[in-house]
Design a binder for this molecule. Structure first.
Ligand code: MN
Length: 136
C-alpha cells in the first residue's frame, strides 16, 4: 500500500523495533529517540505502529505528553471518553495523571512524535474486544 510505505519513510527515520517497551504494546512498534538529553526534561521520540498495534493503557505521572501526528491513521483515547481518530497534523495533549492509550488503526500504519515528561505507569492492554469495536 502506497500510503503505508509513505508512513514508514517519513521525515523522521523509523528507528529500530521498540523492544524496550514491547511488553507494554500489542503488536509491533518502532522507536527513534530524537532527543534523549539528561539536561533536557522532556524526551522526544518518533513512534511508529504497525496496523493493529497499540500501547497499553497508561498514565504519565508528574509530567505530561504531547503527540504530534506525522503519518497514517491512529487512535487516542482517554478513560471514560470516546476514542479520537487521528490523522497527520493532529495534536494531542495528555495531562498529568490521565489514563489513556494510543496506536494505529486496524489497517493503517501510524506515526507520531511523542514529547514526554515525567514517569509512565503501564497498565492493562487495550483488549481486542474494545479495539475491534472502534469503527476504523
Ligand atoms: Mn501516552
Amino acid at each position: 500500500m502506497a500510503k503505508n510505505e509513505a508512513v514508514k519513510k517519513g521525515i523522521f527515520a523509523l528507528g529500530a523495533k521498540n523492544d524496550a517497551y514491547a511488553q507494554y504494546f500489542i503488536g509491533q512498534s518502532y522507536l527513534n529517540n530524537l532527543v534523549n538529553d539528561p539536561d533536557v526534561n522532556v524526551g522526544v521520540g518518533n513512534v511508529t505502529f504497525e496496523p493493529g498495534c497499540r500501547n497499553n493503557w497508561h498514565i504519565h505521572h508528574n509530567g505530561y505528553q504531547i503527540l504530534l501526528v506525522t503519518g497514517g491513521e491512529g487512535w487516542y483515547q482517554e478513560e471514560g471518553k470516546p476514542a479520537q481518530h487521528l490523522m497527520p497534523g493532529d495534536v494531542v495533549v495528555t495531562h498529568d495523571g490521565i489514563k489513556h492509550w494510543h496506536g494505529a488503526t486496524k489497517d493503517s500504519w501510524f506515526s507520531h512524535l511523542a514529547i514526554t515528561a515525567g514517569t509512565p505507569e503501564w497498565l492493562e492492554p487495550v483488549s481486542d474486544e474494545h479495539y475491534n469495536s472502534l469503527d476504523k
